[in-house]
Write a new protein. Structure first.
Length: 144
């Protein structure tokens, strides 16, 4: 059990650190920070727009972090908010969509690199197991 714990924690931590470095490295090219990446990705995946609260949930970030990120992306012209302040739908601008398309290509490259040597079945099993572990831990924490 100890070995599984150590392998799991080390593997997840190493992947997380790599992802943070990749986001920072790739977003710098666009004059943005790693924190901007997931907001742009999710807004691109939801062309009808998302509220800040929905972005918090999808990005697994707190309100303050999303608020700062959204403000910066609005200032840079990548997203816009609807007219109402509260629960405004956030959407990509044309410039934001163009950037998101470029980001998609970069993401595809890195995901391909990370999954190199895995069969489709192995990849599917990995994502299924990761989702199960994540859900189990979240449910247990909610009960604590």
């Amino acid at each position: 059990m100890k070995e599984r714990f150590q392998a799991f924690v080390t593997g997840i931590s190493t992947c997380y650190k790599s992802i943070q470095r990749i986001k920072t490295m790739e977003m710098t090219e666009f004059g943005l920070k790693g924190a901007h990446a997931m907001c742009l990705v999710f807004l691109h995946n939801y062309p009808q727009g998302l509220t800040a609260a929905q972005l918090c949930q999808l990005c697994a970030e707190d309100k303050a972090a999303i608020s700062r990120t959204v403000a910066q992306l609005i200032e840079k012209g990548y997203i816009y908010a609807g007219e109402k302040k509260y629960r405004a739908q956030l959407m990509l601008t044309e410039t934001g969509r163009e950037l998101a398309v470029k980001m998609d290509a970069v993401i595809e490259q890195w995901v391909g690199c990370g999954g190199e040597g895995l069969s489709d079945a192995e990849r599917g099993a990995f994502y299924h197991a990761l989702e199960s572990i994540s859900n189990n831990l979240q449910h247990r924490l909610a009960e604590a």
